[in-house]
Design a protein around this ligand. Structure first.
Ligand SMILES: Nc1ncnc2c1ncn2[C@@H]1O[C@H](COP(=O)(O)OP(=O)(O)OP(=O)(O)O)[C@@H](O)[C@H]1O
Ligand SMILES: [Mg+2]
Length: 176
């Protein structure tokens, strides 16, 4: 069984664009975690809540069956076990730009604000660190999707050293 590649990050930071680009480049199996009944536990105010244990089981079954490397696109993908994972990429975006990206969606102001604050607080990065993954952070701010994909390829092929911790959007939390 081949180890999985995870792409995680706050909504709008570029997970899907990057994961699909990598899947296409290497002929990996792209897996989007959305609202599949096998891992949705309940629906609260129209929002499908994901049961992480069920999600892991569902991904494992796909990974065991697949002859390809699987690449998982989800803001929860970092909860996939590190033993079954080759690399975890955390997509990042400056809250000022993320606001513009999220405004293009049907998110209300509260949902936008919560996501901008989570991004400024490095929330998903911290969760990924807690899971002890091999992590590389990709800052997608003011940058083309193509260049972000090239960076991921560089890390996967060990031409570029994996790293995290240099992204800092804390300025956003200090604003009056
Ligand atoms: N360097 C970049 N890398 C990735 N996406 C970028 C980049 N620059 C701009 N974007 C844009 O950001 C937007 C959000 O990207 P995308 O849909 O891939 O995010 P996402 O993390 O999958 O969001 P969600 O969690 O809501 O699915 C897209 O319009 C994409 O084109
Ligand atoms: Mg997406």
């Amino acid at each position: 069984m081949k180890k999985a590649i995870l792409v995680t990050g706050t909504p709008g930071t570029g997970k899907t664009s990057i994961a699909k680009g990598i899947a296409e480049h290497y002929d990996y199996e792209y897996i989007l975690i959305s609202g599949h009944k096998d891992y949705v536990s309940e629906i609260v105010k129209g929002v499908k809540l994901i049961d992480v244990d069920k999600m892991i089981k569902w991904i494992k079954e796909r990974q065991e069956r697949s002859e390809k490397v699987i690449i998982i696109d989800s803001h929860l993908s970092h909860y996939y076990p590190k033993e079954l994972t080759r690399m975890c990429f955390v997509t990042r975006c400056d809250p000022a730009e993320l606001r513009i990206r999220l405004k293009k969606r049907e998110y209300n102001n509260k949902k936008i604000r919560i996501n901008l604050e989570a991004e400024a607080m490095d929330l998903i990065l911290q969760e990924a660190i807690k899971e002890e993954h091999r992590i590389h952070e990709i800052n997608t701010t003011h940058r083309s999707t193509k260049s972000s994909i090239q960076e991921v390829i560089g890390v996967l092929e060990e031409k570029k050293k994996k790293s995290y911790g240099s992204v800092d959007f804390s300025y956003y939390l200090m604003k009056p």
